[in-house]
Design a protein around this ligand. Structure first.
Ligand code: ADP
Ligand code: MG
Length: 729
């Protein structure tokens, strides 16, 4: 095993990480020590360079060449002092991982010798060839260049002795080839719309940050067992395996004592995370055996997204030091909970106000209500696209089952706020309100925070829940980049706020007083988005029925259908209107998502076919031969009664043959179907075909294999079983 070295002054071994907490430094002493943050910048940059970076972080002013050179030189000095030898633009291509291409600071001189260099132009822009990332046709011309460009709003950091510079990644046409570019655009669209509306209430509000606090669920598995499971290695999940007799039914894992090996792993990655400025706050056992969660304190969304991706990279690198492997797949095991990534989302003003937290006065509460109902309306009008954004093969295995929000969008507000919304809907009208009506209503609105304090009830079945001072999008899958759902949420809420302002302004222009105009639009939004509010059990069949038939909410039939909604004109118009993504960029994303879906299932189907033919069936036949030999032996000794004595064995021999036959037949048909689908040359049909035809074959094969696992001698079974995989000693 290679020992990891992130920066020269930082290296870890199993020994060091397993030491007791007495050896661990205070978190605040190490927090952010590997980050080129504002404080470090002040030390390493001349004043004008520092000021210029600050302005470009706040607004969108470009950094000129001279300043870029100064920043590059400061960054290099800092990074080299900390042992870095290389630098890299660090970006989020469209494949849910992060990408880096390291270049050395070192540069040889032709006449002999060498020096270390890092110029401003290299800091600002690079051209990594990177042509093999998914691009959905955005780069398939001869002009296939892609550029990465520095994002100064997210600070550079050192990882693996490399200075990593968070960057966007775009094609030479300017089309985004990553998640960060549209994320940043969506953040500024939302900021603008939100600031505009806040002007009704407080002229001092000039900047607004979207805040994101993520909760990351994951599984751990022993490395040796992992290596004995080709399906886990190649697909990230088990494609076969009968559930263990004891899994999560006793609910004795959730919040239980963390096993020591796991705890050593957690402490080690947390230590690294703190150095990288990732504000991890929470760790605990999750519901399923060997499932865990960590959560960070919320931050500005762009930084929080980078931090989540960075943490996932760290965890993957550090787990093997503890002979563990971390699984971010949404559903590594059947029959137990899968993993999600809750995205807690809110808005915070430069005056320090959380716009989704009820305030202390009726005025701030009306402001809260504007943002609250606009977000609910965004979920009503565009919730389908929020669900589409997180639709993937792996997340589909998790969604719709019992532990995770189902595929129908709904919003949970809690009984109290539900009543407040109902009451506003009834009491406000288009007519002018009497002074008494107005003060009654204001009094009630003023009471919101008091009521809320006592009534922040939870509904863990809801995909999009209000949790007191934020919305929590729970449908996001554990392996997803948080930017993906955020781009849709931000854009949708920006749209609703913009429309809100338009409507209120036009009422004001006709002479309606400002607060009455605002209340009237609030009422209208409440009314229009009523159907998305649901306080009950989102898993229940009645709800699915009701959602479809009574509420007219759309439910996706499958992942390809969800992904296809990226091509709907209203979705494209929304994104183009707010300048987040063009039709071409959205179509590219549709292609990338569809291809990803097809390829993932294709790989799974080939792996299960291979395991069935080369691992399972030979083992099963060996065992069947043992039974046959046994029956033949009985026949020799007891020619008259062997039929009766060996009745169970004979039955089992037959059962085994039936299973083997089913596996062989389905594997053959599945391979034939793959051939047919791949010859179609139509991505939509192919994706549908994989969903409708390949997955059922895989399920059928699995059922037969899992049944055989219970029959065949344990000593012969070629793969570690669930009971082993799900236990960490
Ligand atoms: P739970 O499991 O009950 O949802 P956690 O404490 O695990 O609670 O996670 C709550 C998450 O919500 C944390 O990441 C926290 O930082 C985040 N959060 C709290 N307030 C805000 C906010 N204003 N904006 C965004 N996220 C927030
Ligand atoms: Mg949560």
């Amino acid at each position: 095993m290679t020992l990891l070295r992130f920066a020269s002054k930082q290296s870890f071994s199993n020994e060091s990480s397993c030491k007791q907490s007495s050896s661990i430094e205070r978190i605040s002493d190490i927090f952010g020590s590997d980050v080129f943050n504002m404080e470090t910048m002040r030390h390493y940059l001349p004043k004008d360079a520092y000021d210029s970076v600050c302005t470009s972080i706040k607004g969108s002013r470009r950094i000129d060449r001279k300043i870029a050179n100064q920043v590059a030189s400061g960054m290099k000095a800092w990074a080299m002092e900390r042992g870095a030898t290389h630098y890299s633009h660090w970006f989020h291509p469209l494949n849910n991982t992060t990408a880096e291409k390291h270049d050395a600071f070192f540069e040889p001189i032709w006449s002999g010798g060498s020096f270390e260099t890092f110029r401003g132009d290299v800091l600002v822009q690079q051209e990594p060839d990177a042509s093999s990332f998914p691009n959905g046709g955005l780069r398939n011309t001869f002009e296939a260049r892609g550029y990465s460009a520095w994002d100064p709003t997210s600070p550079a950091f050192i990882l693996d002795q490399t200075l990593c510079i968070p960057s966007i990644f775009v094609a030479y046409t300017g089309a985004a080839l990553d998640f960060k570019t549209p994320l940043i655009k969506s953040l500024s669209a939302l900021e603008k719309a939100a600031v505009d509306i806040c002007q009704y209430f407080d002229k001092d509000i000039t900047n607004i940050d979207v805040t994101l606090g993520w909760e990351q669920e994951y599984f751990l598995v022993d490395q040796e067992l992992f290596e004995a499971r080709p399906d886990l290695i190649q697909t990230g999940r088990t494609l076969m395996g009968h559930s263990a007799a004891k899994s999560q039914q006793l609910e004795d894992h959730y919040f239980g004592a963390i096993p020591s090996r796991v705890s050593a792993f957690m402490k080690e990655f947390e230590n690294w995370a703190y150095r990288l400025g990732i504000p991890l706050k929470t760790r605990h056992n999750e519901a399923a055996p060997s499932q865990f969660e960590c959560a960070a304190m919320f931050e500005e969304a762009n930084i929080a997204v980078d931090h989540n991706s960075l943490l996932m990279t760290l965890m993957k690198k550090i787990a093997p030091l503890h002979k563990l492997v971390v699984l971010f797949h949404e559903k590594p095991y059947n029959d137990i909970n899968g993993s999600g990534k809750h995205c807690n989302w809110s808005l915070c003003t430069n005056t320090g106000v959380n716009l989704l937290a009820p305030g202390k006065t009726p005025k701030t509460n009306i402001q809260f209500l504007v943002f609250f109902v606009s977000t609910i309306k965004a979920a009503h009008d565009y919730g389908l696209y929020m669900m589409a954004s997180i639709a993937s093969h792996s997340n589909a295995l998790r969604l719709g089952s019992n532990e995770a929000p189902p595929s129908v969008m709904s919003v949970f507000t809690g009984t109290t706020l539900n009543e407040v919304l109902d009451s506003i809907e009834q009491r406000v009208s288009d007519k002018k309100m009497t002074p008494d009506e107005k003060s009654d209503l204001k009094l009630d609105i003023g009471k919101i925070p008091e009521i809320l304090l006592d009534n922040t009830d939870r509904n863990r079945t809801s995909p999009f829940a209000f949790t007191g001072n934020r919305f929590e999008f729970r449908a996001t899958g554990s392996s997803s980049n948080c930017a993906i759902p955020l781009i849709v949420i931000n854009t949708a809420v920006a749209e609703e706020l913009q429309q809100f302002k338009k409507e209120a302004d036009s009422l004001i222009n006709t002479g309606v007083k400002k607060d009455e105009a605002v209340l009237q639009v609030i009422r209208k939004y409440i009314h229009q988005s009523k159907n998305i509010r649901f306080e009950g059990n989102n898993y229940s069949e009645e709800w699915h029925d009701k959602a479809l038939k009574e509420r007219g909410l759309e439910v996706f039939k499958n992942v390809p259908a969800a992904i296809k909604s990226y091509l709907r004109p209203e979705f494209i118009e929304l994104f183009e209107r707010h300048n987040i993504m063009t039709e071409v960029e959205l179509k590219a994303r549709y292609e990338v998502k569809s291809e990803n879906y097809i390829k993932k299932i294709e790989i799974e189907s080939r792996v299960i076919g291979d395991l069935a033919a080369n691992h399972v069936i030979p083992t099963v036949i060996t065992y069947q031969n043992i039974l046959i030999k046994n029956v033949l032996g009985l026949k020799e000794i007891f020619p008259d009664t062997y039929h009766d004595m060996g009745a169970e064995e004979i039955k089992t021999i037959r059962i085994i043959s039936n299973h083997v036959k089913a596996i062989r037949e389905n594997s053959r048909k599945m391979a034939e179907m793959r051939e047919i689908l791949s010859s179609q040359n139509n991505i939509e049909n192919e994706a549908e075909g994989y969903s409708n035809n390949i997955i059922p074959y895989m399920n059928d094969i699995r059922e037969n294999i899992d049944a055989l696992e219970l029959i065949v001698d344990d000593k012969l079974w070629p793969l570690p079983k669930y009971r082993e995989l799900l236990t960490i000693h």
